[in-house]
Design a protein around this ligand. Structure first.
Ligand code: PEP
Ligand code: MG
Length: 541
């Protein structure tokens, strides 16, 4: 038995097998050798994976049951699927290495199955991805031989980059444990959005624990690896009780779902959701979101290996906007750089990336990319109510330049006979001290502000949001942050605009009264927190 401490995210518990995350992505860039050799490698990998599936299937039948073992039969069928094999072969004939060929072919195949709108086939799309990752793993030496994602697990990683995070199979993750990271790092943000327990900043864990059973308690900030029978039974009892209370709470909260959040003194707060992709809009709506306060559009860039086209972005935005049925959807323009690096952007390595080439600075330098986004948002804006939000603003000049480019896009679309919302709202994030201090000047140029407290905390308190050694400084709801929010709120209200908060502090129920006092108009949080915030606003004076 071993106990490891860290910072808990959320209050939930989880138990299951620990799995260490190793990315397959690097091997996708392997050099193509010859057609014959890549084919030989492919065939060897298929036979290796078949063998390990056979052995796992036998184990599953004896230890778990025939029903659960069926998944292995499906995997075996997929490995023998001729169409899939031909697609991989075709990719190899185009000069791709076996790893890349499998990845490309499985993506294509999975997309095709998903498009058929058939639940069973859609499920198979996930199996194809599963098989592909096993084959790629086998090709790179089979490090993860036993790591077959057939049952959910607790993920262990040093620190997941945002692009690794978006590529995870989120349905299979019971919880996260990361060596590094802090409550405002992107892994924690994702854990909150998924409503799953997590533990960050635990320090290094020996890989010998891979595959071991563990108990994860995010409320107490600890995991117990290889627990005793007694520890398991105490944990399960507590978990049962916690689930019972959570169920009661949930059904009570559900009654609030479509009621406006109004404080006792009559201040209405719109309760919005933060999402990373159009697919999450449905969940936001189910949890009663009044709108989307932050669509982190960079997630679409992070999950791709090339620049998304205007049409691809347009379809994604259209889906989110349509799903929200007339409720506001705030699309933040690309916010990469710092911890969100994307290989195909070829951003040179920087000494201090958080203070460097990121957010709107990249968009104002790479205007082609910026315009692709703005045009896609404008085109999608006819399907409901869209707003545009600019990240990392520090000066008036940046907004003026962005507005000029926005007008240019509108003119182009008009000439090309596209319909769009010509009065689309433009807002900025308040996430640098400069933007809060200068908010009276900046407010003249925009319709709204949204406070990004994650970065505002990092830049105001000089606390790297990725560094667990100093995160305690940022966790104390420092008065400096609250004062900056208040300055910005007063400035925008004076100009007749409105203000929201989309950083993690927005979900802190101990601050809701303060936000109501400041007349904050909107709080945007991860979907699982929406109802709790709605309830809390109603209790505020
Ligand atoms: C923030 O900085 O508070 C924010 C919402 O943006 P992100 O977490 O994506 O940097
Ligand atoms: Mg930010």
């Amino acid at each position: 038995m071993k106990i490891i401490k860290g910072t808990g995210i959320g209050t939930k518990k989880a138990s299951g097998i620990l799995r260490f995350y190793r990315s397959n992505k690097s091997s996708l860039n392997n050099k193509f050798t010859t057609y014959e050799n890549e084919m030989k490698r492919l065939e060897k990998a298929i036979s290796g994976v078949k063998k390990s599936i056979e052995s796992l299937s036998k184990k599953a039948k004896t230890k778990i049951g025939n029903e659960e073992a069926k998944i292995f039969e499906i995997h075996m069928m997929l490995l023998e699927d001729e169409d899939l094999f031909e697609t991989v072969t075709y990719e190899i004939s185009r000069g791709e290495c076996a790893e890349k060929a499998i990845s490309e072919a499985s993506e294509k195949y999975a997309r095709m199955l998903k498009a058929l709108d058939d639940e069973y086939l859609s499920e198979r799309a996930n199996d194809i991805k599963d098989i592909a990752s096993q084959l790629i793993n086998e090709l790179s030496g089979g490090e993860n031989k036993e790591f077959i994602h057939t049952s959910p697990y607790i993920l262990v990683a040093d620190d997941l980059s945002p692009s690794q995070t978006v590529s995870l199979d989120k349905d299979k993750i019971l919880g996260f444990v990361t060596f590094y990271g802090t409550p405002s790092s992107h892994t924690s943000i994702l854990a909150r959005a998924m409503g799953i327990p997590a533990l960050v900043g635990v320090g290094e864990i020996d890989e010998k624990y891979d595959g071991k059973y563990c108990l994860l308690d995010s409320e107490n900030g600890e995991i117990i690896i290889s627990p005793t029978e007694n520890e398991i039974s105490i944990f399960k009892e507590k978990e049962k009780e916690q689930n019972r209370i959570a169920k009661e709470h949930e059904s009570y909260l559900k009654e609030l779902i479509n009621k406006p959040a109004i404080s006792k003194n009559g201040h209405r707060v719109l309760i919005y959701a933060n999402i990373g992709s159009e697919k999450e809009a449905e969940g936001a709506l189910l949890n009663g979101a009044d709108g989307i306060g932050l669509l982190r559009s960079e997630m679409m860039y992070l999950s791709s290996d090339r620049y998304p086209s205007e049409d691809e972005l347009y379809y994604a935005y259209k889906e989110a906007i349509t799903e929200m049925k007339g409720r506001r959807v705030i699309i933040r323009t690309l916010d990469i750089g710092a911890d969100k690096q994307i290989p195909y952007f070829n951003i040179p390595k920087e000494e201090n990336p958080a203070l460097g080439y990121r957010g709107v600075r990249i968009c104002l330098d790479r205007i082609d990319i910026f315009k692709t986004q703005l045009r896609a948002i404008l085109r999608a804006s006819v399907y409901g109510k869209a707003s545009i939000m600019l990240p990392m603003i520090v000066s008036e000049k940046e907004i003026i330049k962005c507005r000029e480019i926005l007008e240019e896009c509108k003119n182009e679309l008009f000439e090309e006979n596209y319909a769009f919302d010509s009065k689309i709202e433009l807002g900025i994030m308040i996430e640098t001290p400069a933007s809060a201090i200068m908010s009276d000047v900046l407010a003249k140029h925009v319709d709204f502000f949204s406070v990004g407290t994650n970065d505002l905390t990092q830049y105001t308190l000089a606390v790297d949001r990725q560094n667990p050694k100093v995160s305690y400084i940022g966790e104390q709801n420092h008065e400096a942050i609250l004062r900056l929010i208040e300055i910005a709120a007063n400035a925008i209200h004076k100009k007749g605009g409105w203000i929201g908060i989309c950083g993690e502090l927005g979900a802190d129920l101990t601050l809701t009264q303060k936000f109501v006092d400041m007349k904050i108009d909107e709080l945007s949080v991860s979907s699982p927190y929406l109802l709790g915030i709605r309830k809390r606003v109603g209790e505020c004076l």
